[in-house]
Design a protein. Structure first.
Length: 288
């Protein structure tokens, strides 16, 4: 009994092998092909990939049922002392002229106003709107034409591989609209979670939007126009997970590349060698 019997990679003496020019060419091509595939797999292994999934849940349970909102809007034809933010929802919240964490910047020598606000809303259907409702004296014909620079919810995600509607209203231009019209933006907010390689999670919100503009009237006359953002939350959460290819999968791919390439190259070389030997015999037969 000898342990050599377990050797499945038995060696063939070089004296019993025959090198050929065709075999050399196939060998070089085979090595270059393996190198190319290896580098491709290595690049994929080093790079991270973003995997997304959908599930029904409230991801940010530690937020206290609140969503942070960032609003940046310009009203070039309305004075800053007239601009205010009102917040309402189905939990009974009703704030007129919300001013916490907000700033008004005069535009065009005070004829216009840029409103920047950072506030929170409850995770229930509701609305917030920019209007003149909080002004001491209501203007006769408030001009609600506007440009929305930013409307986002939750944490800001700056991830190259994640493309979503996190600021879907960016650049919305209503300067050519009827100055006396109200504007309704209907938002469907979708909770979004991003988990990086370290397992840290960030919570943001994407949203879809539909809008309409109209001049509203009641039995007492024309209703004061406003810019409404009516929102509702989707029960579906989108989760993006950043991950890297497992090491075992990378090793498996490399082994498959090397083994498969050598096997195919060996078959190809064997076929070419057999065909060339057969051709030589035919030629010898013709010469005789």
């Amino acid at each position: 009994f000898s342990s050599f019997r377990f050797d499945i990679y038995r060696k063939v003496p070089k004296d019993l092998t025959q090198p050929t020019y065709t075999g050399a060419i196939i060998s070089v091509c085979c090595c270059l092909f393996i190198l190319f595939l290896f580098l491709s797999e290595l690049t994929g292994f080093i790079a991270t990939e973003i995997v997304n999934e959908l599930y029904v849940d409230d991801p940010d349970k530690d937020s206290g049922g609140k969503i942070e909102v960032n609003l940046n809007i310009s009203l070039p034809n309305l004075h800053c002392e007239l601009v205010g933010l009102d917040i309402q929802d189905e939990m009974g919240r009703h704030e007129v002229g919300h001013i916490d964490n907000s700033m008004k910047i005069p535009l065009h020598n005070g004829d216009g106003c840029r409103f920047e606000g950072h506030f929170s809303i409850n995770k229930v259907p509701g609305n917030f709107h920019v209007s003149t409702h909080s002004a001491t004296a209501q203007p006769q014909n408030p001009d609600m034409t506007h440009v929305i620079h930013k409307l986002s919810f939750g944490d800001k995600l700056q991830v190259h591989n994640v493309h979503g509607a996190f600021n879907a209203l960016e650049g919305a231009d209503k300067l050519s609209s009827n100055p006396l019209a109200s504007h309704d933006y209907i938002l469907k907010i979708v909770p979004t979670v991003y988990e990086d390689m370290s397992g840290k999670q960030r919570y943001s919100y994407q949203y879809t939007v539909a809008n309409k503009e109209y001049v509203a009237y009641s039995h007492t006359g024309r209703i004061i126009p406003a810019i409404w953002f009516r929102y509702d939350l989707s029960p579906i959460t989108v989760k993006y997970t950043e991950r890297r290819q497992p090491l075992y999968r990378f090793i498996t791919s490399i082994c498959a590349i090397i083994g498969g390439t050598f096997t195919v190259a060996g078959i190809l070389d064997s076929c070419i060698f057999t065909a060339s030997e057969a051709w030589k015999k035919i030629q010898l037969g013709k010469m005789q």
